[in-house]
Design a protein. Structure first.
Length: 365
């Protein structure tokens, strides 16, 4: 632990400085009226109307009213611009802690500027900029006038989606620097966060940026005769947000799951997975043997409407979803044991490195 702290001491200090600088110079809420007094000579006491906020409130109200009255989801609304997917306008989710930390969509300013500075810092590190110089550059990026402007006029989701852009670039850059695990992690997190924030325009722009970045790296790889490395990095980037394995970690010693659940994961395969909406009102993957154990026929399960969503339900039985009826991903066929998390992570790392080398060896270039 002491070695870890000593090795990354400067980074902890820099993180603290980022919090301190953004906290000291950025208000928690951007009150337009005091700002208009500061810039009185320029704004003449006028303030932005926040047109997008007004439009959003009307459009999202239409979507929510329709869902409430018709009891079904609306996919499109004509209430904004020339029409937009309703998912972009109104995406009701439960207020969980991680959502408030990572998706600060309310008018608060500090959290958004912090994300700008922090993500920019990671991006600059990926380009081998020295940490303290990267801090200066990140502060410059985070405190750019445009960032405060788009927040002031009400572009809340746009500001957050833009803040996550550097994470995507950093992830791709680390992949091309052959730091594959780090690059995959950062790219998956950055892309996942930006897609979740639900601002299609910025994600669309991010796609252009990444394509141009790939073209540059391709030309550079051809010049350096490193086309194999380019293929590996590109393949990893394309699959960065397509893989997850939460079920595998249920079958570990540390997991606080029923031992019978772990044993069933080890003994089951993909053909034992049942896709049903009966138990919660929302379709999900469940272990067929656990459904049979609850006294139901996994082959002939009735459907349930999402309006009856109840995660404590077991359909019409006494069984309880997530307690007696167990969920599982499609990859359970690879689960053969229940090791410690450390052993599992080491095993996955070795398998990943071996697969990467095998891929490079079989490349035709």
């Amino acid at each position: 632990m002491q070695d870890f702290v000593k090795k990354y001491k400067s980074y902890f200090i820099i993180l603290g400085l980022i919090i301190l600088v953004t906290g000291a110079f950025v208000p928690r809420n951007l009150d337009i009226k005091p700002l208009s007094k500061v810039f009185k000579g320029y704004f003449q006491g006028k303030v932005p109307v926040q047109h997008d906020i007004v439009e959003y409130q009307g459009a999202s109200r239409e979507v929510s009213d329709y869902i409430e009255s018709e009891d079904r989801t609306i996919l499109w609304t004509n209430a904004l611009f020339c029409g937009m997917p309703a998912q972009v306008i109104s995406n009701p989710t439960k207020p969980i802690l991680i959502r408030h930390l990572l998706f600060p969509t309310k008018p608060g300013v500090w959290s958004k500027i912090f994300l700008y500075v922090f993500c920019a810092f990671i991006m600059l590190l990926s380009f081998k900029v020295r940490p303290w110089l990267a801090l200066v550059g990140a502060i410059g990026i985070g405190f750019a006038t445009e960032n405060f402007t788009i927040i002031a006029v009400g572009h809340n989701t746009k500001s957050i989606a833009t803040a996550y852009l550097p994470l995507i670039i950093a992830g791709v850059q680390y992949l091309f620097r052959k730091k594959h695990l780090l690059g995959l992690t950062i790219l998956s997190v950055g892309l996942g966060l930006q897609v979740y924030i639900n601002h299609v325009q910025i994600t669309y722009y991010a796609g252009f940026m990444v394509v141009l970045f790939f073209v540059f790296q391709l030309v550079n790889s051809i010049k350096k005769n490193e086309i194999k490395d380019f293929i590996v990095a590109s393949s990893l980037a394309l699959g960065a947000d397509l893989a997850y394995m939460g079920t595998r970690f249920i079958a570990t010693e540390e997991a606080n799951a029923d031992q019978a659940y772990k044993k069933m994961l080890i003994e089951s395969a993909a053909h034992d997975i049942v896709y049903s909406s009966l138990f919660t009102g929302v379709h999900g993957n469940y272990l067929g043997p656990s459904i049979e154990k609850a006294g139901l026929d996994p082959v002939n399960l009735p459907e349930a409407d999402k309006s009856s969503m109840n995660f404590g339900s077991g359909g019409n039985t006494e069984a309880k979803a997530w307690k007696d009826i167990w969920g599982s991903g499609q990859g359970i066929g690879s689960i053969k044991d229940s090791p410690t998390v450390q052993v599992l992570v080491d095993q996955l790392k070795q398998e990943y490195l071996a697969a990467t080398e095998d891929f490079k060896a079989k490349s035709v270039y």
